[in-house]
Design a protein around this ligand. Sequence first.
Ligand SMILES: NC(=O)c1ccc[n+]([C@@H]2O[C@H](COP(=O)([O-])OP(=O)(O)OC[C@H]3O[C@@H](n4cnc5c(N)ncnc54)[C@H](O)[C@@H]3O)[C@@H](O)[C@H]2O)c1
Length: 250
Amino acid sequence: MARMEGKVALISGAARGQGADEARLFAEEGASVVLGDIIDEQGQQVASEIGESGGNATYVHLDVTNEADWKNAVSTAVTEYGKLDVLVNNAGILIMKGLEETENADWESIQDVNSRGVFLGAKTVVPAMRDAGGGSIVNISSIAGLIGSRYTAYGASKGLVRILSKSIAVEYGPEQIRCNSVHPGIIETDMVEGLIGTGDGRQSMIDRTPLGIIANARDVSLGVLYLASDESRYVTGSELVIDGGITVRR
Ligand SMILES: NC(=O)c1ccc[n+]([C@@H]2O[C@H](COP(=O)([O-])OP(=O)(O)OC[C@H]3O[C@@H](n4cnc5c(N)ncnc54)[C@H](O)[C@@H]3O)[C@@H](O)[C@H]2O)c1
């Protein structure tokens, strides 16, 4: 049987990168998927492609900083597919600045999307998950949420996601609503194009990684799939690190 048969999932930031890949994988595994993003044309395109491949997918405009957008996304899932079982809080932005370079506006915008967006998403889906008899919230943090980096505001926003996930796990465990965080290393998507680059930059990323790999979106999606599905029914409040060993090297 498909690993997500009968599940309904909402994924934020699903128009490209990891979110789009998670939407494709979930649909292949039998889920009905609601994709949310702010880049509407690309999001519609991904949803259409999933539909053309025989999957169930609907795109909604979802700015994760906007509570009304979240309510609309959840009600779309319930109206179109009857319930909501899974939320992947995947949308995120990266600002590559250290402490002194970080402007107040940088700090506010990154916390708004990466932290407040996750809080709003989790808060909005809980009633629908309760109606469904339980659910799984998967919050995409980063290795920058586990160890220090030169990206001050980004790391702080992702560290918040880590502990928020554990608090949700404690509060909603008795209602069978699980919540886990995922901590990707360096994943080749548009977000880190400037960071990875080519030539020397790329090689130094590979050298920093014990497995010597720069990962792709599917490497993360497979972990997210596990946490979203009932295969992980005894797993909550955990941190799934998908980083080729970057955070365990000295
Ligand atoms: N790529 C990496 O190396 C890496 C590493 C660790 C963690 N992450 C995290 O993984 C997640 C996915 O990133 P990605 O690599 O696929 O990058 P990406 O830039 O390709 O995708 C991010 C998506 O989020 C969307 N988004 C941005 N602001 C939004 C908002 N306000 N509302 C809704 N959607 C919004 C973007 O439009 C985009 O589609 C992010 O949370 C990111 O921080 C990425």
